[in-house]
Write a protein that binds this ligand. Structure first.
Ligand code: ARG
Ligand code: ZN
Length: 889
């Protein structure tokens, strides 16, 4: 049943050209394919038969070189079509029937609202026609779409539009041709009654590219930001990687039913509407940033994914890791480098580190899978991006650029491996990355244990670094890895000191130095120092590791106040807060040390620093991150401690918080509640977003100890906000009053929010999510009610994620309720979803897979739900694989 990397064989046959015709209809679509097939000269000769992939297809006709095949010459089963004894070169024609409206898995051709659309990656194409559905088979596609002209006036596919015709019976036809050979997973079609906004882009070499963005007509005024982001991404890729777009037309279609974020189909990206549609009134600053990054991500795939694709799905990180790295760097250039990096590190720690430490741990290049959809993971994506980032750092900017130039030149038009990528890094730089390759093969997060000693007489500071990685499933032994360790040294007055290694000449000035780790234990000796420094370690988070160093509170405070590296400054604050919080978990009534409150007050009052950075520095580590730092997660203790510390901060620093709040709030336009109109346009610059982030952080603290004045302020912000960022922050504050004696304020705001936005699906998702995430005791009951709400739909993945996902993955204290009610709810919903949309069901299950991290009684409850799911008849391979890994490990 599992597919294994070591079993890879080149395809026995190749498909040079695929002519497809879709007679489109929601209930019943007919797909005709004419495939030009030939034997692959580079492959071993098999038994002479041709095996095509095909699932849920009703075969109506089959002909080889225009001869209809009799049933004795082929075999069809659930997953394949085998044609016995084929010539070395031939044309195969098939005709099949499929049922888009019955396709709830949202893979292959399906309906979203009134439109028809496709999602093929990884193996959805085989649900539309018989094919060699693997990425190393690259064909030129010519596509004819036929559909009702009124229902589906817009007909789109990859490449260039060739021709359109009106047909009898109210139907019409469109022909598309894609000049670039591509694997089937990059195929797409869309049909619907869609609005379009247009723009154009002139490439560096002077070619005009038409940019078309399609959406449901009522959303046409919400696409400006996506279009601007696209143009910024196109320019950025030219400037940073020398990559130009290669067709005359680039299209994006926003659809409301989508399993993932978006899909990079050649020339026709299909997007979850969440990553396209935005206006200041309906989308938060985070949503705006998410759109820019996903638009850029999918656009960047045109080179890293499409022009150069993956040989097989074990190589997924070849395109995803590199493309995530590219979109992260794009966002850093757009919004602010430190804050972007902090957000990326926070996400990595919140999702990838637990994955690496749990039953689903796998290398960036996995070696086996049952269902490939289970491997679109944060390890493949975000840790994969870290691997590219480390190589970029080891090479330095010039050599890294030379290496990517070489990669694009050497492999354009090919389906390649992560090994090919690393070899380009080596060939262009002369570096030896033999040991670095272990990062692709070994799962698990390395731990760096650091200690230091100071020899005052000599002015020498010695840093010892030991690395180890705990075993992961199937990998008991780990070897040391090669990685960059960026560091600086900070003096007592907060100034940077020069970093000079023994035996090396003195550096020109103070600053960051990149060391290379390769051994299990390494010692570095820094000389020429006049005082004992505080080391600022892992600057910029130079490697995806857990670093431990025995800092004193005073040293952390110093870094938190003065480290010029924003990531290290943030990280020092996180460590300090973590220390205070974990102590409070153990001894609930400990007050926070005054030094902590002072450091916090100092940061809050720092007028020099970027407010966006301060918002990160002053945010306490999340409950789940704190849980990851414990032997067994004490869900309730962590929640209690974190809330208590917030109350203490809010009480001790009420005046400072209010002052900063008001100073920042003055920048915002407000709406007149009655007229619902703003005096000014909201400012969406990174600076304005940073100000809102810090302001709303202050509001979040203040609402932990709300007196009447603070309550009024929160209500006023909710009611007069000109942006969704401010409105949702107000609502988040008010929702805290649920299950208190001021509950009616929360209910009023929720009702108001619903009435304002019940017509806007993406905003309504926020309404569901914010309720599912509330830590109020009644939340589980409310989630059950919301599952029966008229606006809940199990068929819409965004809605499912915003209710069930937000509850299970975003509300630790309610999901882990000691009676197991949260677990039961998740298991029931996963069971309900699995037959409809297994990919989504398998993803939603994740919080339960971490069962071993909890106390014995919760373990038993979680495990029972997992066993219950496994005992069900006919569970999907997706679920089967995840359950097996987390129960049998
Ligand atoms: N390639 C897409 C992206 O990262 C994601 C496709 C996800 N498909 C899947 N079957 N999980 O941009
Ligand atoms: Zn991607």
């Amino acid at each position: 049943k599992p597919t294994r990397l070591e079993d890879y064989q080149p395809p026995e046959f190749l498909i040079d050209r695929a002519e497809l015709r879709f007679d489109l209809d929601a209930v019943e679509t007919l797909v005709s394919a004419a495939l030009e097939i030939r034997r692959n000269p580079a492959a071993k000769r098999g038994d002479g038969s041709l095996r095509l992939d095909g699932e849920q297809l009703e075969l109506l006709e089959i002909a080889l070189d225009d001869r209809a095949l009799p049933p004795v010459e082929y075999v069809v089963d659930e997953r394949t079509l085998v044609v016995q004894r084929v010539p070395d070169r031939f044309q195969l024609r098939t005709r099949v029937r499929i049922h888009p409206a019955a396709n709830t898995a949202l893979e292959g051709l399906y309906i979203s609202g009134d439109m028809l659309c496709t999602q093929c990656e990884a193996e959805g194409f085989r649900r539309m026609t018989y094919f060699l559905d693997r990425p190393d088979v690259m064909a030129r596609f010519a596509v004819t779409l036929v559909a009702d002209a009124t229902r589906y006036p817009v007909l789109l596919s990859n490449g260039n539009p060739i021709d359109q015709e009106t047909l009898p019976g109210g139907r019409h036809l469109a022909r598309w041709e894609d000049p670039f050979p591509k694997p089937s997973y990059l195929f797409a079609l869309v049909a619907g009654d869609l609005a379009r906004i247009e723009d154009s882009f002139t490439t560096a070499s002077g070619r005009e590219v038409a940019l078309h963005l399609y959406m449901e007509p009522r959303n046409r005024d919400k696409c400006g930001h996506a279009m601007r982001s696209l143009k910024a991404a196109m320019r950025w890729d030219e400037e940073h990687y020398g990559r130009e777009y290669d067709l005359d037309l680039f299209m994006i279609v926003a659809v409301s039913h989508f399993n993932m974020g978006a899909m990079e189909n050649k020339g026709l990206n299909v997007f979850n509407a969440k990553y396209v549609l935005a206006s200041p009134e309906t989308a938060t600053d985070q949503d705006f940033a998410g759109i820019a990054s996903v638009v850029a991500h999918e656009y960047f795939h045109n080179w890293t994914g499409n022009r150069i694709t993956c040989r097989d799905w074990f190589q997924l990180s070849l395109k995803e890791g590199f493309t995530v790295f590219r979109d992260q760097e794009f966002s850093a250039d757009q919004g602010g480098r430190d804050v972007q990096r902090i957000a990326d590190v926070r996400a990595l720690r919140a999702r990838q580190f637990p994955e690496d430490a749990g039953p689903m741990a796998h290398p960036v290049r996995p070696s086996s899978y049952i269902e490939i959809n289970n491997f679109y993971t944060t390890t493949v994506y975000e840790k994969g991006a870290e691997l590219v980032r480390m190589q970029a750092r080891l090479l330095g900017p010039e050599r890294f650029r030379a290496a990517t130039d070489l990669y694009f030149q050497r492999h354009d038009g090919q389906a390649v491996t992560t090994e090919d990528f690393v070899r380009c890094m080596e060939d262009a730089s002369g570096l030896d990355l033999t040991q670095f390759r272990r990062w692709y093969e070994q799962a698990g997060t390395p731990v760096l244990e650091c200690t230091a000693d100071w020899e005052a007489g000599q002015g020498t500071y010695r840093l010892e670094v030991r690395q180890h990685t705990d075993p992961t499933p199937g990998q008991p032994e780990k070897s040391p890895r090669h990685m960059p360790l960026a560091l600086g040294l900070i003096g007592t007055d907060g100034r940077e000191l020069p970093v000079q290694l023994a035996g090396e000449p003195a550096p020109i000035g103070p600053g960051t130095r990149v060391l290379e780790l390769r051994e299990a234990r390494q010692v570095f000796e820094f000389v020429g120092l006049s005082e004992r420094p505080v080391p600022s370690l892992l600057r910029g988070f130079s490697a995806p590791v857990k670093l431990r160093f025995p800092y004193s509170d005073e040293e952390l405070t110093r870094l938190m106040a003065a480290d010029p590296d924003g990531v290290a400054r943030w990280n020092a604050a996180q460590q300090l807060a973590e220390r205070v919080l974990l102590a409070m978990v153990v001894t609930p009534d400990t007050p926070p040390p005054q030094a902590f409150i002072d450091a916090f007050a100092a940061a809050l009052g720092d007028q020099e620093a970027d407010p966006a950075l301060l918002a990160e520095v002053l945010a306490l580590p999340s409950e789940s991150y704190l849980g990851d730092q414990m032997q067994a997660v004490d869900v309730d203790g962590i929640h209690r401690a974190r809330e208590a510390l917030m109350v203490q901060v809010a009480t001790a620093l009420r005046a400072d918080l209010l002052e900063r709040y008001h100073a920042l709030h003055r920048f915002e336009p407000v709406t007149d509640q009655a007229a619902a109109s703003t005096d000014r346009e909201p400012d969406l610059s990174p600076a304005a977003m940073g100000r809102r982030a810090l302001k709303n952080l202050c509001l979040g603290y203040l609402m932990r100890a709300p007196d009447d004045a603070v309550l009024a302020l929160c209500q006023r912000q909710y009611a007069t906000a000109a942006t969704m960022t401010d409105r949702i922050a107000g609502l988040r504050g008010l929702i805290r009053l649920r299950d208190t004696d001021q509950a009616e304020l929360a209910e009023q705001a929720l009702t108001d929010f619903y009435q304002r936005w019940s017509q806007d699906a993406l905003v309504l998702d926020k309404w569901f999510a914010i309720q599912a995430q509330a830590s109020a005791p009644g939340t589980l009951g409310r989630v059950k009610q919301l599952l029966r709400h008229a606006n809940f739909s199990i068929g819409n993945p965004n809605r499912v994620r915003s209710l069930i996902g937000a509850f299970a993955a975003g509300n630790p204290v309610c999901f882990h309720a000691a009676d197991g009610g949260g677990y039961r709810l998740l298991a029931e919903q996963v069971a309900r979803l699995d037959p409809l949309n297994p990919q989504l069901a398998s993803r939603l299950l994740h919080p339960l897979t971490q069962w071993r991290r909890h106390d014995a009684s919760r373990q038993a409850l979680m495990r029972a739900e997992l066993e219950g799911l496994r005992a069900r008849d006919g569970i999907s391979p997706d679920l089967f694989e995840v359950l097996g890994k987390c129960l049998d490990a």
